[in-house]
Design a protein around this ligand. Structure first.
Ligand code: GDP
Length: 408
């Protein structure tokens, strides 16, 4: 924002000006720190893993999402190595702010997508690519589970027919078996401490037993209602079925708007699971991503009855699945979206740009997104008295346009 820009301008004044030198000394570390932060910005590496049986459209979807060149072919196991793509989170607000500020650079918030191969029936016992998928899923913050909801006789199904419920159960089972192994190992480890009367261990043991019963009943760990005091124990187990999940129904061209019978079955099944469902046509979406002419793209989308590509919705939904929020920085050099967690305070938000910003946080100057857009510029906001100065306790709101004052 303005303050920072004027400081950077000061750097280029002749050094014989004592006042400038003094000012520079005071602010030097802040400026250097700002640029270091700006260059090495420690963007949170938010990862979503795409899972699903072979041939359900994972690679096709991955390609639409990331433009990375994952293989996509009509046979199982065509994605052998996990493929990683970094995706910009589509955000109309960023475009709007950029129009107003006209910066040299615009940077959206990003999410990393990993195309995870090798999950087939028996994978937990070493079938297909075996346990390779495990490590990949463990590293992810959320799971996008692709279910084949399109009929196409030309595309082989590993189990011979299109049945997303059966497919979902196959994958669920494999993940639950791995989680059960993890829980059993933890129980074995803790039993001795329980026997000698360790109260903390007893508490943990009770929770582990609940997880075991849940998993043995064929349910995901995320269905266990954790009391606040047990949250940390639960999280430290890193269970695969505890991760937030979004079911992606991959449908044919004619069903992208209203879904189909397969989608209805998935929705019914998932209702009790506290998970979300999204309908996307990966095949048709991949054709849309190939259109570079925006008018052509819009026409194509219109013919399908869509306002925007389904992958845009998917990215946004994944982002909200992770309970993330966005704040913006807006300066002549760069307008940028930054990712934070819901409930993060101003220093925590500053720390996403650079740890020094968090350590040396003094205050934040905050403009609500709607004020910025309706008044049209930072100066207009200031004149209207709508720029707020907030301290360490301030909980950053989605869309806030922020400028941090700090000392290092
Ligand atoms: P993966 O094994 O799950 O990664 O599946 P792929 O993305 O490689 O897709 C397998 C085959 O299904 C490819 O031939 C794709 O072109 C095709 N496919 C993917 N999505 C769709 C879709 O929405 N409709 C149709 N008809 N075919 C699709």
């Amino acid at each position: 924002m303005g303050g920072l820009v004027s400081l950077t301008k000061l750097c280029f004044l002749p050094p014989d000006n004592l006042f400038v030198l003094k000012t520079l000394k005071t602010f030097e570390s802040r400026i250097i720190s700002y640029f270091r932060g700006s260059l090495n910005a420690s963007i949170m590496a938010l990862k979503c893993g795409i899972v699903g049986l072979p041939n359900v459209g994972k690679s096709t979807l991955f390609n639409c999402l990331s433009n990375a060149k994952a293989q996509s072919a009509n046979f199982p196991f065509c994605t052998i190595e996990p493929n990683v793509g970094v995706i910009n989170v589509p955000d109309e607000r960023l475009n709007k702010l950029s129009e107003l500020v006209n910066p040299q650079k615009v940077q959206a918030a990003t999410v990393e997508i990993v195309d995870i191969a090798g999950l087939v029936k028996g994978a937990s016992q070493g079938e297909g690519l075996g346990n390779q998928f495990l490590g990949n899923i463990r590293e992810c913050h959320a799971i996008l589970h692709v279910l084949r909801c399109f009929d196409d006789d030309n595309i082989v199904h590993v189990d011979g027919s299109v049945d997303p419920i059966r497919d979902k159960e196959v994958i669920d089972y494999e993940l639950q078996i791995k989680d059960l192994e993890t829980v059993d190992k933890a129980i074995e480890k803790i039993q001795r401490q329980v026997k000698i009367g360790d109260k903390e261990a007893a508490k943990e043991y009770e929770l582990l037993k609940t997880y075991k019963e849940t998993l043995e009943a064929g349910k995901a760990a995320r269905t266990v209602q954790l009391e606040e005091k047990n949250r940390e124990i639960g999280e430290n187990l890193f269970l695969l079925t505890n991760k937030p999940i979004l079911y992606v129904c991959n449908v044919d061209e004619g069903s992208v708007q209203n879904g189909n019978k397969h989608v209805e079955c998935v929705k019914e099944m998932v209702a009790a699971e506290n998970a979300e469902v999204i309908v996307v046509g990966a095949g048709i979406e991949s054709e849309i991503t190939e259109l570079t002419d925006p008018d052509e793209r819009e026409m194509f989308l219109g013919e399908l009855g869509l306002e925007e590509p389904g992958v845009n919705r998917l990215i946004r939904q994944a982002y909200s699945l992770l309970d993330l929020r966005t704040y913006f920085t807006a300066g002549e050099k760069e307008v940028r979206a930054w990712t934070i967690h819901a409930g993060d305070t101003a220093p925590q938000a500053a720390g996403v740009i650079h740890t020094d910003f968090e350590k040396g946080f003094i205050r934040a100057e905050v403009i609500a997104y709607n004020d910025y857009v309706s008044l049209g510029s930072e100066n207009a906001v200031k004149e209207a008295g709508k720029l707020k100065v907030e301290g360490k306790e301030y909980e950053v709101q989605d869309g806030d346009v922020m400028h941090f004052r700090f000392n290092v």
